[in-house]
Write a protein that binds this ligand. Sequence first.
Ligand code: ADP
Length: 271
Amino acid sequence: MMKIDKDVIAENDNKALIGSLNQIDKVIAVMSGKGGVGKSTFTALIAASLARSGYKVGILDADITGPSQARVFGLKPDGLHSTEFGLEPVITRSGIKMISINFLLPNEDDPVIWRGPLLAGAVKQFWEEVDWQDLDYLVVDLPPGTGDVPLTVLQSIPVDGLVIVSSPQDLALMVVKKAIKMAAKMKVPILGLVENMSEVVCSHCGETLKIFGPGQGEKVAAEMNISFLGSLPWDQNLNEHLDTGRVEFYLSSRADQIMENILAQLPQNQQ
Ligand code: ADP
């Protein structure tokens, strides 16, 4: 067992063969136009739903400067272990393998102020030097936005499809257009758009309130000719699960349906 810190991650690049032992069937990357719309939440919910369906699942937290996967799954490992095959991912309570920069920082709140090349290097190593073994699906939490940082991450990992997360507040056509441009540049298919916080579940009566009016996401997806994968309401119960590190125990048929829709859109899975 060894403890590894970020300097090791930055320097250590003579293990290029390690990744070739991994068998990762499909890589799904989750992106958003800006921060705070629910990209990390959807990454976690999609992975949890896949794991519940019996798939072997991993999460690669590529949001290096704003990592949140470790927190929402309640993981606080004491350093990372390394085998002869690479870094061992940390395993969540429902069996999801995870790697995040959080596991390499002494304190959860330590800021990461690395610049582009170092960030890209870390993400590349998360892909190449982690002992993922066999996975059906690896879900990647991209850095927010459509700028250079997520683009660099996409260049470091062979992604099979992109899921765009949006909320009614930022559901401008421009954001989706930018995402489509980015995907085209990277030659990565867009699996579709999901809309978060499209409604609110009343914590008193449980009624769903459509405070932004109906079908915004569906409209934008149709205009841009991409699939609409579904929506989730703002739900205090989900928020509590996230805050207490129990996201994988949040059950939602709508989230499960989104996962099914994503799988149906993946190249090769299509009929
Ligand atoms: P991003 O990854 O896009 O920055 P997050 O997934 O971290 O966004 O979500 C931002 C905040 O909103 C978090 O505090 C999360 O707990 C909360 N949140 C996201 N989606 C929902 C939802 N559907 N219902 C309740 N809270 C949510």
